[in-house]
Design a protein around this ligand. Structure first.
Ligand code: NAD
Length: 257
């Protein structure tokens, strides 16, 4: 059997760091053109530079996924030149605390980025995907989406919404040839983790890193490249039979804890 993966246009949010950056670099190896969207233009441009260094094609865009007008304007501009085939809703932020430690402003901030950000980006591409009768949407949730994580009230709640939004979109646009799936990583070693340790455990970072790693059933954190490999498969034509699914990739966190 031969599987053909034609060159496509892939847009990745939060492509300037961590998991999003690995996804950009990996999809670029498929000869897809990569549109890197990030709040941080400099970081997005660094990803573009790395893609170009490995012989790929990419463009950097600065945008805040939580800003509806900004995102719709950005997608409108992009659509004048490109038809987006693959949308990876990866940008997301975290907050630490139970419900008592979560201020209304924390909840609004997480909702706006993690939930409304996904809604904004899907709204920006859905008409074009419908018109071309094909498209792939992958949303980055978390293990927190299905089991909740202690002291991560707002994060768990918003990632739960990403998961159910995935099911809803998959059902609504199945007949239009659009596949929508969700990935739920466990702990992955990205700058987010390093920044967290720097901020909260500056004096004993290495010890806390070890502790965090050992607290995963598999005994280590995941790598951004491991998540990118799953995105690569789900966005390929080999995964044409897969839609409306959630993929935990968590070293056994959900089932073996
Ligand atoms: P990261 O902090 O390393 O990178 C996130 C990127 O998103 C950054 O470049 C940041 O500038 C960008 N971003 C943040 N807010 C944005 C906004 N409003 N608009 C546009 N861009 C924005 O994070 P990461 O660890 O790579 O996480 C990526 C995704 O994976 C997130 O959705 C996160 O919730 C999810 N996730 C991460 C882990 C983990 O352990 N790292 C586990 C499960 C799920």
């Amino acid at each position: 059997m031969t599987i053909k993966n034609k060159t496509k246009i892939a847009l990745i949010t939060g492509g300037g760091s961590g998991i999003g950056k690995s996804i950009c670099l990996r999809l670029a190896l498929k000869q897809h053109k990569i549109l890197v969207v990030d709040l941080n233009l400099e970081a997005a441009q660094e990803t573009v530079d790395e893609i170009e260094n490995q012989g790929g094609i990419a463009e950097a865009y600065a945008a805040d996924v939580s800003n509806n007008q900004q995102i719709l304007a950005l997608f409108k501009n992009i659509k004048e030149e490109h038809t987006i085939d693959i949308l990876i809703n990866n940008a997301g932020i975290a907050h630490i605390g139970n419900i008592e430690q979560t201020k209304e402003s924390d909840l609004d901030r997480l909702y706006n980025v993690n939930v409304k950000g996904v809604y904004n980006c899907i709204s920006g591409v859905i008409d074009a995907m419908k018109a071309q009768k094909s498209g792939v949407i992958i949303n980055m949730a978390s293990v927190a989406a299905s089991v909740g994580i202690a002291e991560r009230f707002a994060y768990s709640m918003t990632k739960g919404a990403v998961l159910t939004m995935t099911y809803s979109v998959a059902k609504d646009y199945l007949a239009d040839g659009i596949r929508c799936n969700c990935i739920s990583p466990g702990r992955v070693h990205t700058p987010f983790v390093d920044n967290f340790l720097e901020k909260n455990y500056a004096d004993n970072k290495a010890e806390m890193f070890e502790k965090l790693s050992k607290s995963q059933p598999i005994g280590r954190m995941g790598t951004p490249d491991e998540i990118a490999a799953l995105v690569d498969y789900l966005s390929s034509e080999e995964a044409a039979f897969i839609t409306g699914s959630n993929f935990p990739i968590d070293g056994g966190f959900v089932t073996l804890n």
